[in-house]
Design a protein around this ligand. Structure first.
Ligand code: ASP
Ligand code: MG
Length: 425
């Protein structure tokens, strides 16, 4: 059994869905196909939950736009206008609207998950119906009946044991069985939908691979594989042929967007290879991630993580920050799901670089200001260079103001601000 994962970009329009079908047709093995929300649907839904419901006109028009976008794709894919998918789509958007206008949730985060999860529910129904219309037999699975999580909305933790039992119950493989299901979402034991963190579909795919002892996981992307730099920011990016799980975790954690950082652990634990392949060129070799230590360090790797914020704290009474404050600060950050990418301290100050996550920063600053003098910089970048040389580093940092610099034997990190127009590298 093999797990496939298709992200939002691969199904962003009707041609994307057709291409997915071709890839599925091109192989005949037992498969679970995990699909994300169409294109930027999750971002759009995130926008919708951000607006106060009192602004109902705006919410409705945003929902309407999203409906139109989906309807256009479906309209394009299905000649038979009586196909059930048209009613499914309409019903799901009606349900979504009632969730958006429901004010009875315990918290914003709980509501967020009930709303954004519709993206995946809808995209997978479209893919499944389309495959059926081509006579590619498949079963649509509501992954919420499989993946059981705790109640940490927007970053839920998966109960591997309970999810494993459900997996074995729900997925049965015979000859060329195909299951279509959602990434990114799960359910609490009380029946509320949860999400596993943005871009979490890769992680779902890895969990399913782990729980069902898959032969491999293939993540289909719009790039040739994992590159040693993001071609959007760096010219001359090269494909990495084979890398180790460890290298891949480092890359993903520090912002290489190809795979979600949590994806590697479930695969590594069962020694299941991860293939990152191009959905544009499915015959291409892609990148294979497995226990390949000997292949690492062939190429320097450059990673740029945007939207970073550097916060520096100075205890008001000159106490030593490490002894007194650090555990409280980090407990607060972890309880609020704020990811820390880099830390640096002196005797009486601590600085940390975090993701600028929606809705959490103001609250954080307010909390910190009670005990510390707080300085911060926004709109920064975290630049990571693995297997660096001095030449690489001076090249990379020449048009940037450096706020913090840290180096270990294999990795150099810089918290920087861009001071010139891009594309100068
Ligand atoms: N649709 C979700 C997101 O955009 C999950 C994913 O794409 O992996 O965050
Ligand atoms: Mg996505």
């Amino acid at each position: 059994m093999v797990v496939y994962k298709f992200g939002g970009a691969s199904v962003k329009d009707s041609n994307g869905v057709r291409n997915l079908a071709n890839i599925v047709l091109g192989n005949n093995e037992n498969r679970i196909i995990v699909v994300s929300a169409i294109g930027k649907t999750t971002n759009a839904l995130e926008e919708i939950v951000k607006y106060p419901v009192s602004n109902s006109g705006l919410c409705k028009s945003k929902l309407d736009n999203l409906y139109k976008l989906h309807l256009e794709i479906v309209d394009n894919l299905f000649d038979d206008k009586n196909n059930g998918i048209f009613t499914d789509l309409k019903n799901d958007f009606e349900k979504l609207q009632s969730v958006v206008f429901n004010n009875s949730y315990k918290s914003n985060d709980q509501k967020y998950d009930q709303v954004v999860s519709f993206g995946e529910i809808i995209s997978t129904k479209i893919v499944s119906a389309y495959l059926n219309s081509l006579k590619i037999e498949n079963t649509w699975i509501d992954i919420c009946n499989v993946i059981i999580t705790d109640e940490t909305y927007r970053e839920a933790k998966v109960d591997m044991y309970k999810s494993g039992l459900n997996c074995k119950e729900i997925f049965r493989f015979e000859n060329n069985s195909i299951y279509i299901t959602q990434g990114f979402i799960g359910k609490t034991e009380n029946g509320f939908t949860t999400t596993l963190g943005r871009e979490g579909s890769d992680y779902t795919a890895a969990i399913l691979a782990n729980l069902l002892d898959a032969e491999k996981l293939i993540v289909w992307k719009d790039v040739e594989g994992i590159l040693n730099a993001d071609p959007q920011y760096f010219s001359n990016a090269k494909r990495l042929d084979k890398i180790s799980y460890q290298e891949a975790v480092e890359l993903a954690y520090f912002g290489a967007k190809v795979i979600h950082p949590k994806t590697l652990k479930p695969l590594h634990n069962k020694n299941i290879p991860l293939h990152v392949k191009s959905f544009i060129n499915p015959a291409g070799e892609g990148t294979t991630i497995q226990d390949y230590k000997e292949y690492d360090q062939n190429l320097p790797i450059f990673i740029l993580k945007k939207d970073q914020m550097l916060i520096s704290l100075f205890p008001k009474d000159l106490s030593f920050v490490i002894e007194d404050g650090i555990s409280q600060i980090f407990t607060y950050l972890s309880q609020h799901g704020i990811k820390v990418n880099l830390v640096q301290n002196s005797a009486i100050s601590i600085s940390f670089c975090i993701e600028n996550t929606y809705g959490k920063i103001d609250e954080l600053l307010e909390h910190l200001q009670k005990e510390y003098k707080v300085l911060y910089n926004e709109n920064l970048e975290l630049l990571t260079v693995r297997h660096y040389s001095e030449k690489d580093i001076s090249e990379m940092t020449k048009n940037r103001k450096i706020f913090i610099e840290q180096r270990s034997r294999h990795t150099a990190h810089f918290v920087v601000k861009d001071i010139e127009v891009k594309n100068s590298w």
